[in-house]
Design a protein around this ligand. Structure first.
Ligand code: IPT
Length: 952
């Protein structure tokens, strides 16, 4: 082989030189020496400054770096985050001269028993382009950061002899133009490197074709070296290249990931396979696996660890899979590149449907640029070989994974002929899997129609018009943008996925926040765009996951778990409960049902609930056993029955007792009203409820009330005031929304006491809350009444006047208490709940420290609201709904401190506790990258009332 070496390859449109053809990743009898671990390392700030010494480098003065890893996370250079923009001029294929260049060198001895084998050097992933030298000989170069590259070393090495391997890695290259994914720019050899000995007469590439239909299947294994396929468990033994029927086989699915061990025996060695029999088909516009409609309860998964970036360990990958399985997530889109291959092994084994996506995104060019703008690389023939080869490299590497049910061409490139060529390659090579590409907006060639961030109304339109978009199955490859507080409205989407057969679910954007663990002055926090001094960056758009960077679940994750849970447990409207099985193939015989009855938050009964096995898609109705309290009396304290379904036995992914689903039924209301009470409260009792009890007496001895505050005996409640502002969430902080609120001055209202005095048996204070410079205001009438010793009632009514804004972020009252540490409440919990993120909130009695009530969003913002609170004890103060339910928020810092904080350490607890009792808050939505908040979740500015009782 002759490979000439100069640096022109860095800006070459070609995919590489001297690279072996792509093939499946195999568990075979090849010899293997891992080259992971310490390499000598030198980073040069530019190519010009990188010494031309790789023919015989003297590494004695070099540092040591650990492979796999990113150099920016190993003390060299700095991470940088952009979403769409390229951090360098768009001038393809050129990149800046200041192109950091990392040189890696190590030695390795070729095992003596490798005589007669081909010796191949395999890289699983190097970002972004690299050249390889062995003993000073240029071997080749490659790109495609998240794809493997193999180089033939056979003629350069001898068994028993040491070789010196040098790898020159370029941070930027022509390849960077097609790797513009929304993530940190991180460079280096970040996946494993192995030296392989491929034995003569052993297969180097096999392709498994295993199908399933109604109890039986078929199997064919193609192999580049003929051999015998043996599936001992099925009693099968037949030659490669032949298809055989397989009687009585169990299918593979995400819920029941049955794998059969198999082996291809060839003269030179074996290949071990784990075969899943399954058939993906599109039947009448619906994507099916083994004949069953699939509903993708999915997530978009980037590879991320807060310390390691995209250099994940096998444990990190297992953590992700276990978190997904325990959450009831059944699908993952590998946004936006092929994952580490071990992750796919885990998806096969544990059961997750995979949309395997090619390493391709060119977002920074714009979708369909017209001259004088440069063509998008997907339209430019000079990129075609690279892009088609990227697809080929992914398909060849991953083709034997039963978990992969859809191939995806990439993300956010607009449309172009190169994509069509990629589609054609995939379709020809593997007709067994449909192909996805979201920017094929008119469904010209894709097999699955896809959109991102579509509003529920538009999803409904696609559902209601099954012939549109060539009648293809429809998925939301991204929705529910999980940035900061949110996403809201997930239940609305799920209802549509259940209603319309072609609307087959979607993939939340995204699984995990990519906050990098950093510390300044000993204070640890998660860094986002801009924290490393980047000149252009996209801030905390990189923190938009259901998990915090340390993989703990955010409230958004808890909400998603509840929305997608495989059983729906609700009141049946006749005094019983109904349980619907939403599994694709499982019945409920693996589950045990428990019930707990609580009166006013106290457990009064619990036990096993016998539930017959429910088949997939079926609903069972249960009459409640006599032991369960049935009050059906509106004057009784609230009585809730909570039913949970748990795993009876441990599975590979969870322990026995793991909760799979739950539901709540309110028992103290007539049966006909139960459904509307399930898990929520009636609107009539809600925050803007109208009925209030008149107070006969004015403020008595137990308390005093003035405009500045009220006091209950020794307890001062300071700065009681109307509150109309929340620290903007990422979903609020959208120009149209937040600008309107700021223009209306909601973030800086002032308060004026209009009058105070005894009126109609109450101490009445009238206030006007209004922003500077503007002519609108909220006139509030606060009527304080004596209830009992140490107990004050407050009836508040609010009237907007003037040209008030159409909506508010919140409407409530805030007051200050001397610092308290714990809160107890009866209402929704345990996690925060807003009007459109309340599915996971159960009604019950909870307690938490004020610290625990704060949700640690990577960029601090509004959090910790508990809507529909009945009563709360905040330190020495008891607040009770009489009967208006209220939203409760308790913090040890102000809203403005929360709003100006950039990272968690900016928030320091004060000596004061700030309590907000909300009449209501606007919903959360997912407008940071998604549709506007639906009107039904907005909080219109309108007359409103609140009644509460404060007691010591
Ligand atoms: C969409 C991208 O596909 C995804 O990678 C991510 O950037 C997401 O947005 C935002 O977090 S593209 C967007 C312009 C709809």
């Amino acid at each position: 082989m002759s490979v000439t070496y100069d640096h022109s390859y860095v800006e070459d449109f070609a995919p590489g030189a001297g690279v072996l053809p792509p093939r499946a990743r195999l568990d075979d009898d090849s010899g293997r020496v891992s080259l992971d671990g310490d390499w000598r390392f030198r980073l040069s700030p530019s190519l010009a400054e990188a010494p031309d010494d790789l023919k015989d480098p003297d590494t004695s003065s070099w540092d040591t770096i650990s492979v796999p890893g990113h150099w920016q996370l190993s003390g060299y250079g700095a991470p940088a985050y952009t979403n769409i923009d390229y951090p360098f001029p768009v001038d393809p294929p050129y990149v800046p001269s200041g192109n950091p260049t990392g040189d890696y060198v190590r030695t390795v001895t070729i095992p003596a028993d490798w005589d007669g084998s081909r010796v191949v050097l395999r890289f699983e992933g190097v970002d972004s382009r690299f050249a390889v030298f062995v003993d000073g000989n240029p071997v080749g170069w490659s790109s495609g950061s998240r794809l493997p590259s193999e180089f033939e070393l056979t003629d350069l090495v001898a068994p028993g002899k040491e070789i010196k391997v040098a790898v020159r890695v370029h941070q930027w290259s022509a390849g960077s133009y097609v790797e513009d994914q929304d993530m940190w720019w991180l460079s280096g050899i970040f996946r494993e490197v192995n030296l392989l000995a491929l034995k003569p007469a052993a297969p180097t590439d096999v392709f498994v074709h295993a199908t399933y239909s109604e109890g039986s299947g078929s199997l064919k294994v193609d192999s580049d070296v003929p051999g015998t396929v043996v599936v001992a468990e099925l009693g099968l033994e037949f030659p490669t290249g032949f298809e055989v029927p397989v009687a009585a086989v169990e299918p593979w699915s995400a819920e029941s990931p049955r794998l059969y061990d198999a082996v291809v025996r060839a003269e030179g060695g074996d290949v071990r396979l784990r075969i899943g029999f399954r058939t993906v088909a599109i039947v009448d516009g619906v994507l099916t696996v083994n004949g069953n409609r699939v509903l993708f309860n999915g997530v978009n998964r980037h590879e991320f660890h807060p310390d390691r970036g995209r250099a994940l360990t096998e444990q990190d990958m297992l953590d992700d899979v276990l978190i997904m399985k325990r959450a009831g997530i059944n699908a993952v889109r590998t946004s936006h590149y092929p994952p580490h291959p071990h992750f796919l092994d885990l998806c096969d084994e544990y059961g997750l449907y995979v949309v395997d996506e090619c390493d391709l995104e060119t977002h920074g060019f714009g979708y369909e640029p017209e001259p004088p703008k440069l063509p998008n690389p997907v339209m430019d023939p000079r990129w075609r070989d690279d892009l088609v080869l990227r697809m080929r490299r992914m398909v060849e590497r991953d083709k034997n994974h039963p978990s992969i049910v859809i191939w995806s061409l990439g993300n956010e490139c607009g449309m172009g002929e190169n994509l069509r060529a990629m589609y054609e390659f995939a379709h020809d090579r593997d007709p067994s899997r449909p192909v996805h590409y979201e920017r094929d907006t008119e469904a010209e060639f894709v097999d699955v129609y896809s959109q991102m961030y579509t509003s529920p109304e538009d999803v409904a339109k696609i559902g209601a018009d099954p012939a549109s978009y060539r009648g293809l199955p429809f998925i939301l490859c991204e929705y529910g943008h999980a940035m900061g507080n949110g996403p809201g409205g997930l239940s609305d989407y799920h209802a549509l996925f259940e209603q319309y057969p072609r609307c087959q679910g979607g993939f939340i954007w995204e699984f995990i926040d990519h906050g990098l663990r950093t510390s300044v002055d000993g204070n640890e926090f998660y860094a986002y765009g801009g924290d490393f001094g980047e000149e252009i960056h996209d801030g905390n758009f990189v923190c938009d996951g259901l998990l915090f960077p340390d993989r703990t679940p955010s409230p958004g994750m808890l909400e998603y778990i509840k929305v997608i849970e495989p059983l729906v447990i609700t009141a049946d409207g006749n005094g019983g409960i109904s349980i619907t099985n939403r599994y694709e193939v499982l019945d409920t015989s693996h589950l045990t049902f428990q019930s707990v009855t609580e009166v006013a938050g106290e457990v009064v009964g619990s036990g096993n609930l016998p539930v017959p096995s429910i088949a997939p898609g079926e609903t069972a109705t249960l009459v409640l056993p006599p032991g369960i309290v049935k009050q059906q009396d509106a004057n009784q304290p609230e009585t809730w029955l909570t039913v949970t379904a748990e795993l009876t036995e441990a599975t590979t992914w969870a322990e026995a007792g793991h909760r799979i689903a739950w539901g709540q039924v309110r028992l103290d209301v007539p049966a006909a009203d139960q459904a509307r009470h399930a898990g929520s409260t009636s609107e009539a009792e809600g925050a803007s409820g109208e009925a209030r009890h008149a107070r006969a007496e004015a403020v008595g001895e137990g308390g005093t009330a003035t405009a500045a505050g009220i006091s209950l005996g020794e307890l001062p409640i300071r700065n009681l005031r109307l509150d109309v502002w929340r620290a903007q969430t990422d979903n609020d902080a959208i120009p149209g929304v937040t600008d309107a609120w700021r223009e209306a001055g909601l973030h800086r209202v002032q308060h004026r006491v209009v009058s105070e005095g005894v009126k109609d048996g109450a101490w009445e204070v009238v206030t006007r809350t209004a922003p500077p410079a503007l002519q609108w205001g909220l006139v509030a009438t606060w009527r304080f009444t004596h209830v009992a010793e140490g107990s004050l009632g407050l009836d508040l009514s609010i009237e907007p006047e003037g040209q008030f804004p159409a909506t508010l972020p919140r409407l409530g009252i805030t007051f200050e208490l001397p610092r308290v540490d714990t809160v107890e409440w009866f209402g929704t919990g345990p996690s925060e709940a807003y009007v459109d993120t309340r599915a996971a909130a159960a009604v019950g009695k909870y307690s938490a420290t004020v610290d625990e009530l704060q949700t640690p969003y990577v960029r601090p913002q509004e959090n910790g609201h508990h809507l529909d609170t009945r009563w709360a004890v905040v330190g020495p103060l008891r607040i009770e709904a009489t009967p208006t339910l209220f939203g409760l928020t308790v913090r040890n810092w102000t809203t403005s401190a929360l709003e100006s904080a950039k990272h968690a350490p900016d928030l320091v607890a004060t000596d004061t506790t700030y309590v907000t009792v909300d009449l209501a808050q606007a919903g959360i939505g997912s407008n940071s990258c998604g549709p506007a908040l639906p009107d039904k979740y907005k909080l219109p500015t309108a007359p409103a009332t609140l009644s509460v009782k404060f007691s010591r």
